[in-house]
Design a protein around this ligand. Sequence first.
Ligand code: NAD
Ligand code: MG
Length: 420
Amino acid sequence: MNIVKAISVLGSTGSIGTQTLQIAEEFPGHFRVVALSAGSNLSLLVQQIQRHQPEAVALADDSLLPELKERLGEVSSEEESFKLPNLFAGPEGLNTVASWDSAELVVTGIVGCAGLLPTLAAIKAGKDLALANKETLIAAGPVVIPELERTGSRLLPADSEHSAIFQCLQGTPWQENARLSTGVPTPGLRRIQLTASGGAFRDWSSEDLKNATIEDATSHPNWSMGRKITVDSATLMNKGLEVIEAHYLFGLDYDHIEIVIHPQSIIHSMIELADSSVLAQLGWPDMKLPILYCLSWPNRLETPWRRLSLAELGQLTFQSPDTKKYPCMQIAYSAGRAGGSMTAVLNAANEEAVSQFLQERIHFLDIPKLIEAACERHKSDHNIQPDLDEVLAVDKWSRMAVKEEVSRASNLIGKSDTAA
Ligand code: NAD
Ligand code: MG
């Protein structure tokens, strides 16, 4: 692979974003960063702009734009070779960077449904996507998938489990149809086994979970990630969301997507094929590998990265997930099976419940109760073919439903002892 691929990085200051930029620095002959977008971390963003000199930069928080201009003005007066990027802000700014003309591939490292509109902007512009922002597919699979079909954009999974499945599929007859589409069953693929580390609380009892703190829930045993996804891993909602993500990416029905706990996070997921053969992809738990694969696909780049040694590891272990201790998985399966706008409710309720937990308004065990209550309330209205406006409306409604439930519970008991 000798060509230089131009990339745009959405959410450049986050865990996925910074790891993508590390890869770009490690392989300067292969990748060029042409556009960046970030939420509000100006100091890091300025450093990234200095280092990568992108053509375009967008800030989600437009009130910070004057400060960004001032800081870049200072850099420009100190460094002669520095070229000021085109600057944008707010939702339109994010869309501009997501569809930036010279970018060939867009890495979606924004967290939450906030990534939906920029992702759609990138797809409309026909860009290939390295999809980290799974919430976009969970909330709006029925909107995103037809748009991919229409524009021919390719969706390459950056999530480690889905990257593993994608990598295993490269050697199957499905290779012919290398464009990752779309809810269409993949020939030969019979079953997916998503591996799960078990999250921060895998060795805790259900009783102890009642007292889980923010600090406990935001420390992951194997992966270093943003706060929201680390809490999702602790509730195992992350795996539930990944089941739905796998459904939209690879077209299998929910009866053929399973979860297996694998504490070492070495096998990143497995596929079973028509002839009963099972293929797995292995590696150390390091997101740089699935991100690199998105960037270099269909090629492989030589890396100096640490090689896997099974003898050093000694053993790999597996167990069935405990659905009583972790109700989020079943809640996600039910929402996935209901389909349509129900997964948008699930996703938004989860985002809001996690946010309430991180603001210390609810207990850890309230998270699944609040999500289930929102899904239950939505049952009679749920539409299996929602359009974008409906997805956005349902997303807003679901966040409100969770907030209402939290304030109702805290009014009832004077403090948020139990939210739902
Ligand atoms: P993070 O919190 O570390 O970073 C999020 C990025 O998005 C930051 O740059 C932030 O500034 C930006 N952002 C936040 N809110 C925004 C908004 N409203 N508008 C625009 N930008 C906004 O999160 P992360 O861990 O990097 O996760 C990013 C996405 O990747 C998530 O969807 C997550 O599920 C997925 N993912 C992450 C990992 C991982 O290892 N971190 C693994 C698999 C999938
Ligand atoms: Mg994952």
